[in-house]
Structure formats: C-alpha cells, structure tokens
Design a protein around this ligand. Structure first.
Ligand code: TYD
Length: 138
C-alpha cells in the first residue's frame, strides 16, 4: 500500500466521540510499537529521516501538524488535524513532521520495534537507498 490517509471508525455520541484502530484491519500491519511526540516548541521539525523496514501510521490525536513525505523525486504534504484519521507511510520514504500547533500530540504506530540501524538519517544515502530498495517497500 502506498502513502495514504486512512479514515478510522468514528462513533459520534452526545457524551463524546469514540474512534479506534485494529491492527491488520484498519492499518495494514501488526503494531510492534507505539510512540508519541508532544510538547513540541513552535517552529521545530521532527522525524527528518527514512526507514528501511518500518511502516507506520501517524495520527494527530490532538492539535495539528504537517507531514512532508518525499520519495526522492517528489514531496507531498499531508495536514493532520483530527483524531479519526491518520497517515499510513510505507518504508523507504523520507518524512518529516512540522508546523506543530500548541499542545499537539502525534501518535505513531509502528510495524517494528525501535532499531537505530533501521534509520536512514543521511539524505544522500536515502537517495541511493531509494534506487536499490524502494520497490520492496510498496
Ligand atoms: P527519533 O526517531 O530520532 O526522533 P526524530 O526523528 O523526531 O528526531 O528519536 C529520537 C530519539 O529517541 C532517538 O535517538 C532514540 C529514541 N527513541 C527510542 O529510544 N525509541 C523509539 O521508539 C523512538 C521513536 C525513539
């Protein structure tokens, strides 16, 4: 599956709304790890890197931010600002998160455990990597 916004179930209720995610149902992977990014000072950028294997689903549980996804030749910006949808990102793409609003909360559901060797933090290396491995990530 390519990068795409996935809408989640939403139970609207006068008592407050409810949404949920089931692994391998609403998102196309098993969740090995969940982490979140919060208390981001204005103007800061997070997550400028690519993953060799990690696939992920990112939700703005609170507030808003943008995710810039770069396949090595084109960049696409996705704005997240609701808790009932998120962005699925396959491996092998450079992505960064920016324009965090005050009190925003980004939750990242990951298909892998934390492994520093899965990161590509050098953009030139990413461009090289894209040529060699991109196809197996989509
Ligand atoms: P990192 O993914 O590099 O954040 P960003 O790309 O936004 O700069 O994570 C920052 C640090 O947090 C990293 O050096 C190691 C640690 N970390 C973990 O130990 N486990 C995790 O699951 C994550 C995501 C990060």
């Amino acid at each position: 599956m390519e990068t795409k916004i996935i809408h989640l179930p939403k139970f609207e209720d006068p008592r407050g709304n409810l949404s949920f995610i089931e692994e391998e149902n609403h998102i196309p992977f098993k969740i090995e790890r969940t982490y979140w990014i919060y208390d981001v000072p204005g103007g800061q950028v997070r997550g400028g890197h690519a993953f060799k294997e990690q696939r992920e689903f990112i939700i703005a549980l609170s507030g808003s931010f943008d995710i810039v996804v770069d396949d090595g030749s084109q960049k696409q910006v996705y704005s997240l600002n609701r808790s009932y949808y998120g962005l699925y990102i396959p491996c092998g793409l450079w992505r960064r998160m920016e324009n965090f609003s005050t009190n925003s909360l980004a939750v990242v559901l990951s298909s892998t455990k934390y492994e520093e060797s899965d990161y590509i933090r050098d953009y030139d290396e990413f461009l090289k990597y894209r040529d060699e491995y991109a196809k197996q990530c989509l």
